[in-house]
Every structure is written in C-alpha cells, then in structure tokens.
Design a protein around this ligand. Sequence first.
Ligand code: IPE
Ligand code: IPE
Ligand code: MG
Ligand code: MG
Ligand code: MG
Length: 345
Amino acid sequence: MKNFVKWNFSYSTLQHVTQKWLPILGNNDMLLSPNKQQTRYRFIYPMDEDNFKAELEKVANVVEKGLKAQLADDNETSLAILQAMRYASLNGGKRLRPFLVHATANLFSSEQQLVDATALAIECIHCYSLVHDDLPAMDNDELRRGQPSLWKHQGEATAILAGDALQSLAFELITHNASLTNAMIRTELIKGLAIASGKSGMVGGQIRDLAAESAKEPAQFADVIMIHAQKTGALISFACEAGAIIGGAPPHERAALKLFGEKLGLAFQLKDDLLDEQGSASDLGKTPGKDAASGKATLVSALGQDKAQVFLDNLRDGALYALDPFGERAGMLRQVVSFVCERKN
Ligand code: IPE
Ligand code: IPE
Ligand code: MG
Ligand code: MG
Ligand code: MG
C-alpha cells in the first residue's frame, strides 16, 4: 500500500489520564485504553525537509528584522531598557512560535502585515517568559541561548523590567497598525494572547511549576500535564490558533488548529524535559540537568525516560492526526511536528 504506513500504538503509560484531560489530550480514544495496542493505517504525506528549513529561516529573518526595528535607539527611550530587550530577544532562538503563526495563517488567505505583527508579538511574550523564567527567584538559570542569562548579564532589576517591557510591546504590536478595518480580528488576537500568557496560561503554569518543586508529594501525571499545558502549551496553541483567527478560518478548522497546538505544545515541553536530561550545554545553549537537580515536576520525573518517550510518540501521532482535515495543505505543519520531536535544542 504505497503512501500508507502501519502505525502500532501502545498506550500502557496512560492509565492516569482521566476524562478531565480529554479537551487537552484530544479526541484520542486510545488515551483511555491502557495496555491496548491498536493498528491504524495512516496516509503519509510527502515531506520536504529542505523547504521546511528554508521557511523556518525566512520567518526567523522577518522576526529579527522586526525586533531590530522595534528596539532601535531613539531619542526618548532609555538606552538601558533597549539594550536589555535586544539582549533578551536578538540572541538566536528557534522562532518556533512565529513560524506557527505564519504556517497556520498560510492555510488561509491572510493579511501579511497582521501575520507579521502577531508573530512578533508572540515571540516578545515568549522572550519575556524566558527572561523571567531564568531569574534567581524562579529557575535560577545562568545560561540562555548560549549566553549568560539577562539577569546575570545586567542584573535582576533590569531583567524584570526588560521582561515587563517585552510583554507590553507584544500588545502594542498587535494594536498598532494603519488600517482599522479588521478591528474585530485584532480584539480577538489581543484577548487570545492575554489569556494564553496570563493566569490560566503561561504565568499560571509557571506558578504551578514552582509550587511543584517544593510540594511534599511528587507530582502525578495529570498534575504535570496541567503544568505543561499552561506554562508552554497555551502560547504554542495560541500561535496556531492565531493563524486561523487572522485568516478568518471556519470554526471547525480553527478548533482543529487549536487542538493541534495543544498536542504540539505538550510534545514541545516533554521534549524540552527529555533534552534537559539527555542534552549537553553546548547543544542546548542552557544548563542541562537542572530539572532533576531542582526537583521539577516533569513527565520524565513522573514516567521515567522510556515511558516519557512513548508518550512523546503518542503526542506526535495525535498532533499529526489533528492535521488530517487539512490534507496536503498542512505540509509545513507536519514538518514542524518532526522538528519539535526530533530537535537537539
Ligand atoms: C524554551 O523554549 C522554553 C520552553 C517553553 C521549554 P524554546 O526552546 O522555544 O526557546 P528558544 O526560543 O528556541 O530559545
Ligand atoms: C519554561 O520551562 C517555560 C516557560 C514558560 C518559559 P522551562 O523552565 O523548562 O524552560 P527552560 O528549560 O528553562 O528553557
Ligand atoms: Mg521553568
Ligand atoms: Mg527554566
Ligand atoms: Mg526546560
């Protein structure tokens, strides 16, 4: 059967998953069927890895250019805050979230200016989250993207303020535009970004992540899913949904992209946790082994490395499954799933 592959799913690690997590984990009946193997035949779409790499680089260049323009010296902004914001955002980074905005928006006919602004805004929130995540009061991490963390380089107060300013810039970017014809779309983007980054999104997940470090009982599978879905999944999922919002996607396609993003977001954090165990500082550009040393609640600590890898494979399949409604149109998004699950940093 050309173009079809036989996939064997094993769900033995997933006993803890309850009905409660279905909205996040998706319409995977197999998640509720422990110790069961299922065989499915899936259509395999052709992958063009070179094309994907070129597209990722293209988006990264647009992001860099946008950040440089936004953070250029001017006559009224303090040089200290500009320098700190540039240090925190123009220092490499995969630019995955902007890529997701572009790739999902490209499924529809989308206004490019708004795609660029939204992609940049989400990257600003992400960079702010990294700056604050590294602070001594949080993960106390001295290395980020292969350089001293911002707090280590310019002090904690400057790092806190640079994070704050990156967050404000994100919202300024989405609202600032010559045309107001699509005010409804902008409002939805602002609302979505606020929810994804706030108390029930990234910040909410970060506080759960910190609380779990000092909890008396080790975190259970379902607790870790909640932490990951909020601290990392919310923003990644919103990046995917944003493309649908900008492109005026029909509700079922928007929901499919949101679901795709939720699965991809969990896969992303799970891979991050595996890399923390397995990677080197030179590959990662951050300090390996930190999660175990600080007693973080991760899927690796909850399941062990082998089962965590099985779960990653399941999430990967689930993410691909969520793209099925888009058929061949979703080639770039299928590539990004492999990128997330196989990356070295
Ligand atoms: C790191 O995110 C923080 C997590 C959510 C795990 P990335 O791995 O996307 O970081 P950069 O932007 O590429 O440095
Ligand atoms: C961070 O998770 C998630 C954020 C919201 C920034 P981690 O603490 O695992 O990210 P790294 O490993 O420091 O990049
Ligand atoms: Mg952290
Ligand atoms: Mg960290
Ligand atoms: Mg990590």
